[in-house]
Write a protein that binds this ligand. Sequence first.
Ligand code: T5A
Ligand code: NA
Length: 212
Amino acid sequence: EEEKKNMKRGLFILFEGADRVGKSTQVQKLGDYLKNGLQLDAKVLRFPDRTTPTGSIINGYLQNTTQLDDRAIHLLYAANRWEAKDNLMKLLNSGTSIVVDRYSYSGVAYTAAKGIDVDWCFNCEKGLPEPDLVIYLKMTTEDATLRGEYGTERYEKVDFQNKIKQIYEQHLIKPSWKVINANRDIDTVSNEINNIIKTEINQLIDKPINYI
Ligand code: T5A
Ligand code: NA
């Protein structure tokens, strides 16, 4: 049995992007690479976490069985992250890396795309742990709609997806984010991401955990 690398703290790697760009697929692949390729303790997480009480309201909203005011659902998404904060900190401080499927930036992009002020949207995210690395999967909405099961949940409409992309790309992406062309086969995208992690991992874990 190979010995796990002894990490001072875990790494927080986040995947963001509009619907159907391949986030969940790549989150799983990177989780496997961290565990089996780099021999790290790693865990995969997603937001919204639909298994908690706030998550169950969010799930009803996404499946169009519950109607909610735009700001009310926004605050529930944020609460769904705040209730996970202690667990995120525990994992990172105990040396477990986390690969996360959506987080605060999804929260801002999807609510701001409804016409709500970006700064208002960001306020309730302030104080949450900040990811060490954000991977933004980018492709056109037209190509994303060609992928499986598109169009069954609330937000999966072309015009709205284009607005979400616009918020991400004009307001949220920072120079430190890795913007990846997601319109390639799964392994090509995954290999590019693995190489980025392999190259940057040592400098990333030397930094303290920051907060949004
Ligand atoms: N939301 C979320 C908010 O409004 N506020 C918030 O604060 C948060 C956190 C649910 C919704 O909630 C919103 C955003 C969402 O609308 P979710 O549960 O993450 O969020 O959404 P899902 O429907 O699970 O996931 P997505 O639609 O975002 O899809 P992914 O994860 O980007 O894509 P994935 O990997 O599931 O792949 C989609 C399909 O494409 C194929 C896959 O096999 C799958 O069939 N695929 C590829 N095909 C070809 N080439 C590739 N490279 C492919 N990669 C994947
Ligand atoms: Na997903």
